[in-house]
Design a protein around this ligand. Structure first.
Ligand code: FES
Length: 357
């Protein structure tokens, strides 16, 4: 009897095994570690960023076995993804041995995450609450269009993540741009917006993130809101330099006309783009009697073949913006038969909830 109890105790503490496909590697996962922690400690290049269940970068598919979610996956993953067997490795404790599939085709071209020191060169307002911050770092940084960097300021405990708004340069660049939205009551952006911050110094860690344009011939549907413009603009500007020849429809959601920006840049892209390029701004709170002649409603109301002028089921979709917009867009894309594998997104976290503003 005692022997059985001791054996049961030993089994309960025995590490679980995780087989990672298509790497065909099996690792031990101690009972007090998540799948991601164990994989990283054992030198596996496992896509990840936040490690707290919010960015979705560690998403992988559970092929067999069972896990316990530390933080409910539905906070970050869509219903369709969960039904498809996706889990977040950073939030998964193993209940038993598992086999998971990491999408290695999804791995971003490899630029190491490094620390850079930078200085603010210039700031300019793009809208009433979005600022373009131009900076220079101490040595050239290479990144992939769509990725982001963590910016650390002296006096602020946590770093904040911002997507590169500028275009990557082959051998790296010291000059970068970011779009920063003012989150009222948020100490970080209150500080930035309260006075001229030219010459302020900061630390930058990056590049990071798994949001980038996958090679394919499929038409591209972009959907963004707020400062989600930055990575999409970077991707599209970069695509032009690479002669990418795919039709694009870009739905951009904003509240009012005063929230629209980069309109000239979108017009320039339309003129240069080698195929169809539709930029469709959609306003949700514009006054009825205003001069606005464009689309009104929620940007997600326009996710259909007719509004986008595309056969959505054939598209690859790139989404960037607040979680509510992304979640609603995922539902609409699924309703329009866009396969989950064809959708890539970057959720901008609610910085107040995460104390990241
Ligand atoms: S690393 Fe797991 S959700 Fe961000």
């Amino acid at each position: 009897m005692l022997k059985n109890i001791i054996q049961g105790f030993k089994d309960r503490n025995k590490p679980r095994m995780a087989t990672l496909q298509p790497l065909n590697k099996t690792i031990e996962v101690p009972r007090d570690q998540t799948l991601l922690q164990a994989a990283l400690e054992q030198g596996i290049t496992f896509p990840h960023h936040c490690t707290v269940g919010t960015c979705g970068n560690c998403k992988c598919r559970l092929l067999s076995g069972n896990v316990r979610a530390v933080l409910d996956f539905s906070y970050t993953l869509s219903e369709a993804e969960i039904n498809d067997g996706f889990i977040l490795a950073c939030q998964s404790m193993l209940k038993e041995d598992v086999e998971v599939e990491i999408d290695v085709s999804d791995a971003v071209p490899d630029f190491p995450i490094e620390t850079f020191h930078g200085v603010v060169k210039e700031t300019s307002m793009l809208t009433h609450d979005i600022m373009e911050v131009s900076v220079e770092v101490d040595r050239p940084i290479s990144f992939t269009a769509g990725q982001f960097a963590d910016i650390g300021l002296e006096g602020f405990e946590r770093h904040r993540s911002y997507s590169f708004a500028s275009t990557p340069v082959q051998d790296g660049t010291k000059e970068l741009k970011f779009h920063v939205r003012h989150v009222s009551g948020g100490s970080y952006t209150d500080w930035l917006f309260s006075e001229d911050r030219t010459d302020e110094r900061f630390e930058l860690h990056g590049p990071a993130g798994n949001f980038w344009l996958r090679p394919a011939d499929a038409p591209i549907l972009c959907i963004a809101g707020g400062s989600g413009m930055a990575p999409i603009k970077s991707i599209l500007d970069d695509a032009i330099t690479k002669n990418i020849n795919r039709p694009v429809t870009y739905l951009f959601g904003a509240r009012e006309q005063r929230d629209l920006y980069c309109l000239d840049e979108m017009q320039a892209l339309k003129e240069q783009w080698p195929k169809q390029f539709n930029y469709i701004p959609v306003l949700s709170e514009e006054a009825e009697d205003s001069s606005w002649k464009g689309m009104r409603g929620l940007v997600t109301d326009f996710i259909n073949d007719e509004s986008t002028g595309m056969s959505l089921s054939e598209c690859h979709a790139y989404l960037c913006g607040p979680p509510g917009m992304i979640d609603a867009a995922l539902i609409e894309l699924e309703r329009n038969n866009v396969n989950i594998e064809q959708i890539h997104y970057d959720k901008f976290l609610d910085s107040r909830q995460l104390e990241k503003n």
